[in-house]
Design a protein around this ligand. Structure first.
Ligand code: PLP
Length: 529
């Protein structure tokens, strides 16, 4: 059975279910697999449906669970919750023919299985020189759905393995997006409750509307008087409150978080890079075995780390291109080996990448250092005490498969404009950052390796910035809802289903809390249900 260690050495040889439930190591480190598994033959993988591929990869990491169980989870997670547009190309036509044949030949087939067999949750779209891997066709229109939609199943299975009969309470503070993605993922899942706390004055009108109209018997959304830091601190305080946890435990409850450093968030992200590679082969863009580059718009370093894992597992990847926005701490790190926190925090048009501490980088350091946890501890202590660390030179040399760059706000808007005008392809600001950095790299390096760019959010999710970038008429006088409508009309794209009718949905969550009464309110929620 594959075991896990903490990057800081405080926990070793732990089971996957332990790591899934605990989320973060008790020493503050991140859980990493004791060794990275190797992929089966690519030819074999190319014969699988998306769900079968996902179950195969998940089983390599979580072999404490059976393949059949994982396949069932993947089929549930990646079927009707994702609605990528149908592409009218050859391979699709073939699929439709098969579908007709299947319907003639097969009498009984589980409908979720069928849906996931025929329609992968992601698609690959070519624009200019690059292939965009669209990861944003889930319920909250961003790539985090790809992992969050399956996480509840993994957590529930983990409680069974840990022989815990406790009900899981997911408690999350959100600045807008993660909270909604978690609510969508955990709604109406038996044995789990989810409580999301958002800063009353710190989210956009559509983000608020998304959360307060959330359906599901087990969902609770609280508006906190204060900012995001207040919300986060309130949640941290509850997690650290021994008495609160003890009482919860006595009532048959276990607090948990759906935090992005959970190993259960990372592994499902490896799958789509493998799928995209095989799709390039399928489309005859590359030969089987030919290396590709992957560009990822990066914040917390989770998504690009998944691509690094895919490479280490044997997927033919040449360069991993790490794209940052104006908060370019990672660009500097890859150039110099020094990670320096002392810089201004610049909020901008790609907010999900506005990050100064990229938590998942710690996992990369651990792998580069070949499991030298003392070294990782020293670097992390430097970061805490001196606000910076510098890699030893032999480790810096090992970063050669990474390329890093960044896009300014201006460059991001120009990129959206150019891709729309030149290729009739609409980018969201996060994906545009990646497209800019890819083009910059291509020009400088003359590297013509076929490249996949992770497209992490729907342009409709950031309609105001996109409208500005493509110079949509009078966008400034529109509210967000009318901008979405105008954008759909101008571009001839369909408004994604999760945004349709949002304005008029019934409000189901009205409760407001303060720093003073939040703990009491949460106790009441837990005791009354
Ligand atoms: C979270 C997010 C990112 C950054 O991903 P990391 O895994 O944190 O590096 C990029 N784009 C979008 C739209 C996101 O939501």
């Amino acid at each position: 059975m594959l075991k896990y260690h903490s990057t800081r050495g405080g926990e070793s040889n732990k089971s996957a279910s332990h790591c899934l439930l605990q989320g973060i190591g008790s020493d503050g480190g991140l859980f990493v697999p004791a060794e990275l598994p190797k992929l089966p033959e690519l030819e074999y993988l190319s014969s699988l449906t998306y769900s079968q591929l996902a179950a195969t990869v998940l089983h390599l990491f979580f072999n404490e669970f059976s393949y059949e169980t994982l396949l069932d989870f993947c089929q549930k997670a990646y079927s009707t919750n994702f609605a990528p547009p149908q592409l009218a190309n050859e391979s699709n036509k073939k699929q439709i023919d098969n579908e007709v044949n299947d319907q003639l030949n097969t009498e009984t087939k589980n409908s979720a299985e069928e849906a996931s067999a025929q329609n992968p949750p992601v698609i690959l779209q070519k624009a200019g020189n690059a292939h965009f891997l669209e990861l944003f066709h889930g319920p909250t229109l961003a790539f985090k759905d790809m992992a969050l939609q399956i996480l509840p199943y993994l957590l529930k299975e983990a409680t069974i393995k840990q022989e815990s009969n406790k009900e899981i309470v997911i408690l999350t503070a959100t600045s807008g997006d993660t909270g909604k993605a978690a609510l969508e993922a955990f709604k109406d899942i038996e044995g789990i409750k989810i409580i999301v706390i958002y800063p009353k004055s710190g989210v956009s009108p559509t983000q608020r509307q998304h959360m307060i109209t959330q359906e599901g018997q087990n969902t609770f959304v609280l508006a906190l008087e204060g900012n995001f830091d207040d919300a986060q601190n309130a949640v941290k305080e509850i997690f650290n409150d021994k008495e609160f946890n003890l009482r919860a435990s006595q009532n048959g409850l276990a607090l948990s978080s759906a935090n992005s450093i959970n190993i259960g968030r990372l592994v499902p992200q490896i799958v789509y890079y493998i799928w995209a590679y095989l799709e390039l082969v399928n489309k005859k863009e590359i030969q089987m075995g030919e290396p590709i580059n992957i560009t990822v718009p990066t914040g917390n370093f989770g998504n690009i780390l998944a691509a690094f894992y895919a490479k280490e597992m044997g997927l033919p990847i040449n360069k991993l291109i790490c794209a940052s926005n104006q908060n370019n701490v990672l660009t500097d790190f890859f150039a110099t080996g020094t990670y320096n926190l002392e810089r201004p925090f610049l909020p901008g048009i790609s907010p999900s990448m506005d990050i100064i501490i990229s938590s998942n980088l710690e996992r990369l350091l651990y792998h580069l250092a070949e499991g030298d946890t003392d070294l990782v501890c020293n670097l992390m202590n430097d970061l805490k005490n001196k606000k910076q660390y510098t890699l030893p030179t032999e480790l810096l040399a090992k970063l050669s498969s990474f390329v890093a760059g960044f896009a300014s706000e201006e460059e991001t808007l120009i990129t959206i404009n150019e891709y729309y005008k030149k290729y009739n392809y609409l980018l969201d600001p996060h994906t545009a950052v990646a497209a800019h950095v890819y083009e910059q790299y291509k020009e400088k390096s003359n590297d013509s390796t076929k490249t996949i760019i992770a497209a992490t959010a729907s342009p409709f999710k950031f309609a105001q910035s996109v409208a500005k970038a493509i110079e949509l008429e009078s966008y400034e006088t529109h509210d967000e809802y009318s901008t979405i409508d105008a954008l759909a009309k101008t571009t001839n794209l369909e408004t994604p289903a999760p945004l349709v009718g949002l304005k008029n949905k019934p409000i189901l969550h009205k409760q407001t809390v303060t720093k003073e009464n939040i703990k009491q309110t949460i106790s009441q929620i837990l005791e009354s249900n």
